[in-house]
Design a protein around this ligand. Structure first.
Ligand code: GLC
Length: 572
């Protein structure tokens, strides 16, 4: 079973930019249109193999225009923070035009910026200013589905069954004499049916369309060459502006099983699916990734990272063959409990999954779809429990950054932010409504970041009413406060990223495990001799031999305390 991200809600409609829906099936050969930007370092084609990538959730990072929602101007204003942190790249959750039914993961124009976040000029400025600081910029691409406000979908609604307009999506007649039953038994990842019936232009009950996620997110049909051509145009659109790559949403879901066979409802769970679920992980997906790769390869230094919820190691590896995705998110570490067995198994499996194809492993402790690690590791939500969660999150940062491959950090993790328990009336994640108020959704991990000062909104915005309310007690967690404190989580992040970047000990694609006392694990980078030891227990343990580079918590009489990790240089 792979946990699949949550989701959905509906929101106010945003106006569309209406483009011609007709796309030249043979787009002009690349090179004849003028480029306005270039990737940060076209000579460095492999930087993504060992990078630190910071995920910005734009609504929650920084607000520059006082509407209480983060935006591109806010990100530009805070680039100094990212430079100080030392990250190689940022990945922006979607900023394309969207009615925001799923906070940007429902795109109505993939080649425009939503006015909530700014405009193309602001994006160009962000890319230029990030590049000037040696930081690459990756966009979030949502190819699996569009918004219901995408001109293609509105055209499909007013066209006939069987028309070219409908063939860009999965429109089918219903089952039963009157077509009142959905075309198959698929359920949405967010619960409820994966099909919605439309009313035909003449007012009669009509066909059904497929949406693996919310009804506001109709799935595209990648068997239609126009859909592929449009994606290629979108890739070039952003790459030509100098963007350095893409995070690809639902990368394992772009192709559906031929004939759309029924799924096994006995194993179906909300937010979860198996590798052989006909909704996901179908063989046809690989041809799409090869098309994407061919275009991205025209832009030296650009990369892709796919959201691939596939458990089986060899099937996962197939997405990372040299002509497909550069990187695939491996969510095992983000799902592992704070136990030696789970952490070690997550690491071993993640390394094994990529070894066969020579792709680097990826690591993440959290993202916008899951609980923040401080809360995930906290034994309970008392202040003492959260303090333990913070210790464990700091320790796991050292584990993550000691591993070979590419590390993804979710904004706010560097401040040790916990999930926030929000009151019912402010919940904005569609999961809350769609689950009949049984699942609270992902808002708790999306509360805006605290930057400075003693009262909310802590410099996030000039507007006291932020899109999600900020806890009154976050004054001690602001960037300003943590910069002054050498023991803060922010200081630990800065030091750890700096060491990882500069020290030769962080070399080598493999790790060797050390024997370690119960409740502990220790491994060494095969070439560079960096040793990382983690103590998940509660009593201090002796350190492996070597010079201490960094600890997540002060040593106790030269020993590593519980819920802590250390980096050492072993000397041989
Ligand atoms: C991905 C995103 C998630 C979104 C879903 C539908 O899983 O990470 O936030 O809701 O796709 O686009």
């Amino acid at each position: 079973m792979s946990p699949t991200p949550n989701i959905v809600r509906s929101a106010a409609a945003a106006p569309n930019i209406v483009r011609s829906a007709a796309v030249d099936p043979q787009p002009p050969a690349h090179g004849i249109r003028p480029r306005t930007g270039t990737q940060l370092d076209p000579d460095d084609r492999d930087w993504w193999r060992q990078a630190v990538v910071y995920q910005v959730y734009p609504r929650s990072f920084a607000d520059s225009n006082g509407d209480g929602v983060g935006d591109l101007g806010g990100i530009i204003a805070k680039l100094g923070h990212l430079e100080l942190l030392g990250v190689d790249a940022v990945w922006l959750s979607p900023v394309m035009r969207s009615p925001m039914a799923d906070h940007g993961y429902d795109v109505s124009d993939p080649r425009a910026i939503d006015p909530l976040f700014g405009d193309l000029a602001a994006l160009d400025r962000l890319v230029a200013e990030a590049h000037a600081r040696d930081i690459r910029v990756a966009m979030d691409l949502v190819p699996n589905h569009t918004s219901i406000e995408h001109p293609w979908f509105t055209a499909a609604l007013s066209a006939r069954p069987g028309s070219a307009e409908r063939s860009r999506y999965h429109f089918h007649d219903g089952r039963g004499a009157d077509g009142s039953q959905p075309p198959n038994n698929w359920v949405s990842v967010f619960g409820g049916p994966a099909w919605t019936r439309i009313t035909e232009p003449d007012g009669t009950p009509g066909q059904w369309y497929l949406h693996l996620f919310a009804p506001e997110q109709p799935d595209l049909d990648f068997d239609n060459p126009e859909v592929v051509a449009d994606l290629e145009e979108t890739l070039r659109f952003w790459l030509d502006r100098g963007v350095d790559g893409f995070r690809i949403d639902v990368a394992h879901g772009l192709a559906k099983a031929p004939g759309l066979p029924d799924m096994d409802l006995a194993v179906a769970q909300v937010l979860r699916h198996t590798d052989d679920d006909p909704r996901f992980n179908n063989a046809g997906v690989h041809a799409i990734h090869r098309r994407i790769r061919a275009i991205v390869d025209e832009y030296p230094g650009a990369f892709t990272v796919g959201e691939v919820w596939v458990d089986d190691n060899s099937q996962f590896a197939a997405y990372l063959r040299p002509d497909e995705l550069h990187l695939g998110f491996n969510f095992r570490l983000a799902m592992a409990a704070f136990t030696v067995d789970e952490i070690r198994s997550a690491i071993e499996n993640s390394l094994a999954a990529v070894a066969a194809v020579g792709a680097p492993p990826t690591w993440a402790l959290s993202n916008h779809d899951v609980f923040r690690e401080v809360t995930r590791y906290a034994p309970d939500d008392s202040p003492a429990g959260v303090a333990t969660g913070t210790d464990r999150a700091r320790a796991m940062l050292l584990v993550e950054l000691a591993l070979p491959g590419t590390a993804f950090l979710y904004n706010g993790a560097e401040l040790g932010l916990p999930n926030v328990e929000l009151p019912d009336e402010v919940l904005a994640d569609p999961v809350w409504e769609r689950s009949g108020h049984t699942a609270r959704g992902r808002d708790g991990a999306r509360v805006p970041l605290p930057w400075e000062g003693d009262i909310a909104p802590f410099g996030f915005s000039t507007n006291p009413k932020t899109w999600l309310p900020m806890p009154a007690n976050w004054a001690g967690l602001t960037v300003e406060r943590q910069l002054e404190d050498v023991y803060s989580t922010l200081s630990l992040y800065r030091r750890a990223i700096e060491l990882r970047y500069h020290r030769a000990e962080f070399r080598g694609d493999e790790i060797d495990w050390y024997g370690a006392p119960a409740g502990c694990l220790a491994f060494r980078r095969s070439t560079g001799n960096l040793v990382c030891a983690l103590n998940t227990g509660s009593t201090p343990v002796s350190l492996p031999p070597g010079e201490v580079l960094l600890t997540s918590k002060p040593l106790v009489d030269g020993r590593l305390p519980g819920n802590a990790a250390v980096w050492l240089v072993s000397g041989h």
